[in-house]
Write a new protein. Structure first.
Length: 397
């Protein structure tokens, strides 16, 4: 099977789900320009509209290329919708970028570059969008080793993108259905608190923001149109009530923070706040991050992922957000993603959002891994009973 061409179909049919009449824009760094051209040509035959490729260099938009349909006649009607694809910069980025962590916490651009800047929370989404990875030789060497090739990475990621299945598009549809089923079970009960336990010492509980529901990776526009902003589709997550967390959290593996590495981290929670912490390595990074603002020492989000995820067998860090957040179960320190909430356009600003919903607001977003092969996740209900949803690191349903 031609993994490359099949993957292009997945990006267009599953990620942004393009339709006839869409005006599609593809943002790419120079190294992925050939892929972007081919993708744009395929897309234009469906949309019957020109597809625009924006070339990004050093974070700055440059040349804009237009690709028009060849097989099908271009529609003379104006576009009826829009969509955006960003090909992640895994080939052109400075993988060895370093900066003083003190400077990073004071600079939004540097925070974004190291992946710890909380995204805008109240922006209204009016069109489908996705940030997607494309295998290339540089990324292959970073993930699989110096002697590997782009082809090796395509093969390694085949199961992640479901390219190795007889019908990849159907496999993605089945995955969406399965995640929806899992969400219906998680959201079915009136849960007072969620409890996480592991043999490594993790033993903590959190409560969900009242207006929050467990969500998967599928986003829905006001029109009802759905899209997948990040691939793959494995984790489920919820917003955490900022004043309710308590217990002990032990990071189950090293994680990146402020451009450095933290290992052997542990946290003590009381009333939703991290009141004590330690680490075998990177404790100074934790100290900087947790003191950034009034919300940076509080929890924002809880994410659950089956521990047997194929991604976890390949690497502990990919540099692409969709992969890194689907590696293992985790908590987010700082701000979670408010797409878990309804009616975001009713809040004047983020502080009003926090006051009325109980979610945490911060400039920081840092993911701490908690997934283990013995992780247990249970829910305590109003009547005092307990229901288990995960045992030995995997969902029971």
């Amino acid at each position: 099977m031609d993994y490359r061409s099949t993957y292009m179909e997945i990006l267009l049919r599953v990620a942004v789900r393009i339709q006839q009449g869409d005006s599609l824009s593809i943002n790419t760094n120079p190294s992925h320009l050939d892929f972007a051209r081919e993708l744009a040509q395929i897309a234009s035959e469906t949309t019957l509209q020109p597809v625009h490729i924006v070339v990004i260099e050093d974070g700055v938009p440059g040349d804009v290329l237009e690709v028009t349909p060849v097989i099908h006649e271009q529609s003379l009607a104006p576009p009826t919708g829009a969509a955006l694809l960003r090909l992640d910069d895994t080939e052109d980025r400075d993988w060895d970028f370093t900066a003083d962590p003190v400077d990073i916490v004071q600079n939004m651009g540097l925070l974004q570059k190291v992946g710890n800047l909380a995204p805008p929370q109240l922006d209204k989404q009016v069109a489908p969008w996705a940030v997607v990875p494309v295998p290339g030789p540089v990324w292959a060497r970073r993930i699989l080793g110096k002697k590997t090739s782009e082809e090796d990475l395509w093969k390694a990621l085949g199961p992640v993108f479901k390219l190795d299945t007889p019908n990849p598009l159907r496999a993605w549809q089945d995955q969406v259905t399965w995640i929806d089923h899992r969400l219906s079970l998680l959201n079915r009960h009136d849960v007072v608190s969620w409890h996480m336990r592991s043999d490594n010492g993790t033993d903590f509980s959190v409560s969900a923001v009242e207006q929050s529901r467990w969500r998967g990776g599928v986003r829905r526009l006001g029109s009802g149109r759905t899209f997948l902003p990040l691939l793959p589709l494995e984790r489920v997550s919820m917003l955490v009530e900022r004043l309710q967390g308590r217990g002990v959290v032990k990071a189950s593996r090293p994680f990146r923070l402020l451009g450095g590495m933290v290992e052997g981290a542990s946290f003590e929670l009381s009333q939703g706040t991290i009141v004590d912490f330690d680490a075998d390595r990177g404790k100074e990074l934790l100290a900087l991050a947790l003191s950034m603002d009034s919300g940076s020492a509080k929890l924002g989000e809880l994410s659950l992922v089956d521990e047997h995820s194929h991604l976890g067998t390949l690497a502990h860090h990919f540099g692409y957000g969709g992969f890194d957040e689907n590696l293992t179960s985790s908590i987010t320190i700082g701000m979670g993603e408010t797409y878990h909430l309804e009616a975001l356009d009713t809040y004047a600003d983020e502080m009003e959002l926090q006051e009325q919903t109980g979610c945490n607001v911060s400039t920081l977003r840092a993911r701490v891994p908690i997934g283990t092969a013995d992780l247990q996740v249970s829910a305590r209900l109003d009547d005092g009973s307990e229901i288990f949803f995960m045992q030995n690191g995997v969902f029971l349903t």
